[in-house]
Design a protein around this ligand. Structure first.
Ligand SMILES: Nc1ncnc2c1ncn2[C@@H]1O[C@H](COP(=O)(O)OP(=O)(O)OP(=O)(O)O)[C@@H](O)[C@H]1O
Length: 592
């Protein structure tokens, strides 16, 4: 419990901003419990009135030294007090419920936003080692689990403590000997509750992990449905889901077996305390050492004292479940961001000169790029060609700082990009990825993504430059047509055209085009060449191409092989060299 990394501590630290709300909630819970205890005391006082009449406690004391001598008036007074007590109890119940539940929602909301904002800033390598579905289950399910505990668990703990303190006070005031007997089982109960709790914690961690697995599986399968259908692997995948779901069920079953035992075990301890009060208190009353009214109060109060402790079982259960979830959510929040966003801010638009100096990079153990050195002058077009897997995309991902190179550096306008503010750097870059992300909004939304406030005319112009006007105009609603999740309602080529229009609208100093495939028809290729000629005007352009004819106009073409630049030069220079590029050219143009 005392480790600084304990999830409850982390949660409390996290909830510090809501301190005011917590204090109010604690106050309301305490007042509600105070009013909740009073009816028992009232019953005892009423019994005292009818048994002892004008000798009763009320006859002598309402306030110190002041009493109501008439029995009828005493009863009326008790009746009025009863109404006030129940009214107070109800009022504070309402207030604490609103307060605790509001607090739960506020903390959840804040944690979800913070966790998402943090996750967005984590580098790509983090996501490559995670399953999206499992992350979603942390951001959604796990954070929702917090609600259970804060909603009612915290209130229950406060109330158990309050009622124990208040009831013990009444006990000691009335009959200290009996109080000790009634309180005997309390340490046993607390010990039992903690013992069970310790055993529940690892079980609930397993449950949360299993829930993450189910979510990850579902997510992967839903994304891969076209492939699942095409390969008729529906049964095979349903079996995977069954296994994940069964693991979740088993993990829950193990937790349930422990959590269900808590209440019955605690009840046995309570039974001991209750029986002792009943017998010993009754004997004292028969001996005339305890008033009948006091005896009845004590018997009721024993229940009042001990029964809420059974609630501890429920609280322990909720607590462990929430803590397992909290740990995952706060763990995500504590994941270090390895590629920092902070850095020197860029004033205006950069010129777009790029220099790669002895760049070396590997994904994990596997070396991917070696000793890459090249300069791209501002406004020029550089092309990267080479066989699949030779490291072309990796090179531009390093420029975008999706990954950090292990050796060397990249400079933009003579300044190392590692020292620049990450968002400022990326604002200078327009990136058309091999598989660009489209939102499920309209065509216009997708083009304007990243350029908020773009006018219709600007969107239209960008679409024209990217040569997508023709297909957009054929769509039923033109620019207002919705493209479906991830742009599913468009063809692969159309999606890429749209991504290009988006990058053009952003008007970056450096444009990066990562062509996915060489499998384009002649018409598309001509379109690519036309738009490339237009969009590369006035900006530095990096093109990754598979068809050499698309980039023959580039100022410099770099041929990569196994992560090294093996040839560089203009198309003509490279042909004259009669090296690997020339061979590739002959192959593609059919001259070989
Ligand atoms: N995230 C990653 N984690 C580990 N290895 C990766 C990762 N991305 C790429 N690689 C590996 O790095 C190498 C270079 O990949 P890269 O995507 O840069 O090639 P490419 O030249 O762009 O290929 P293509 O022409 O097929 O797009 C490949 O061997 C690939 O398997």
């Amino acid at each position: 419990m005392s480790s600084p990394s304990h999830p409850l501590r982390q949660l409390l630290a996290y909830a510090r901003a809501q301190r005011g709300q917590v204090r109010l909630a604690v106050l309301y819970s305490t007042l509600n419990k105070f009013f909740d205890i009073l009816p028992e005391v009232l019953i005892g006082t009423a019994v005292d009135v009818v048994v002892r009449g004008e000798q009763s406690f009320l006859a002598k004391n309402i306030l110190v030294g002041v009493g109501i001598s008439d029995t009828w008036h005493q009863l009326l007074f008790l009746g009025a007090l009863n109404v006030v007590i129940w009214g107070g109890e109800s009022l504070f119940q309402y207030l604490y419920e609103v307060q605790w539940r509001g607090l739960a929602q506020d903390i959840q909301h804040r944690l979800r936003l913070d966790a998402y904002a943090h996750v967005q800033k984590l580098e790509l390598a983090f996501f490559e080692n995670q399953r999206t579905g499992a992350l979603m289950s942390v951001l959604n399910d796990d954070i929702n689990q917090l609600e259970r505990f804060v909603n009612s668990g915290a209130n229950q703990i406060i109330q158990v403590v309050c009622s124990s303190v208040m009831v013990s006070a009444v006990f000691f005031a009335l009959q200290p000997g009996l109080a000790l007997i009634a309180l005997l089982p309390v340490p046993l109960i607390l010990f039992g509750a903690f013992w069970f709790q310790g055993r529940l914690a690892p079980r609930y961690r397993e449950v949360r992990e299993a829930a993450g697995d189910v979510s990850a599986r579902l997510n992967m399968n839903l994304l891969g449905l076209p492939t699942i259908k095409a390969y008729t692997t529906e049964d095979f995948e349903a079996e995977h889901i069954r296994q994940a779901s069964d693991a979740y069920r088993q993990a829950n079953a193990r937790a349930i077996r422990i959590s269900s035992a808590i209440t019955p075990v605690i009840r046995m301890a309570i039974l001991a305390g209750f029986t002792a009060t009943l017998i010993y208190g009754g004997w004292l009353t028969l001996q005339g050492k305890l008033a009948v009214g006091a005896y009845s109060v004590l018997v009721f109060l024993t229940q009042r004292l001990l029964w809420p402790l059974t609630g501890l079982a429920e609280v322990a259960d909720m607590y462990q479940r929430s803590m397992a979830a909290t740990q995952r959510a706060l763990g995500l929040l504590a994941t270090p961001i390895n590629i920092a966003y902070e850095g020197r801010h860029l004033g205006g638009r950069s010129r777009g000169e790029l220099r790669f100096e002895q760049l070396g990079f590997s994904y994990g153990e596997q070396p991917t790029l070696h000793d890459i050195s090249l300069t791209i002058k501002a406004g020029e077009t550089a092309a990267f060609v080479g066989s699949t897997g030779s490291g072309k995309s990796t090179l531009v991902k390093l420029l975008l700082r999706f990954y950090e190179p292990q050796q060397g550096r990249i400079l933009l306008d003579d300044e190392p990009i590692a020292g620049l503010n990450l968002q400022d750097l990326r604002r200078q870059l327009g990136y058309v990825a091999q598989d660009s992300f489209l939102t499920d909004g309209t065509i216009a939304d997708n083009i304007a993504y990243g350029t908020p406030g773009a006018s219709d005319a600007q969107i239209h112009a960008a679409a024209r430059q990217a040569e997508c006007l023709e297909f957009i105009e054929k769509l039923p609603l033109g620019f207002a047509t919705r493209v479906g999740e991830r742009g599913q309602k468009l063809s692969g080529g159309q999606r890429q055209r749209l991504a290009l229009a988006r990058a053009i609208l952003k008007n970056p100093a450096v444009l990066i085009l990562d062509e996915a495939t060489s499998a384009v028809d002649n018409e598309t290729e001509a379109a690519i060449q036309r738009s490339l000629a237009v969009v590369s005007q006035g900006r530095t352009t990096l093109v990754i191409a598979h068809r050499l004819s698309t980039v023959r106009q580039a100022h410099c073409i770099h041929l990569l092989e196994n992560g090294r630049i093996v040839e560089s030069g203009t198309h003509e220079q490279l042909l004259v060299r009669r090296g690997a590029y020339a061979a590739l050219w002959r192959l593609q143009t059919g001259e070989a």
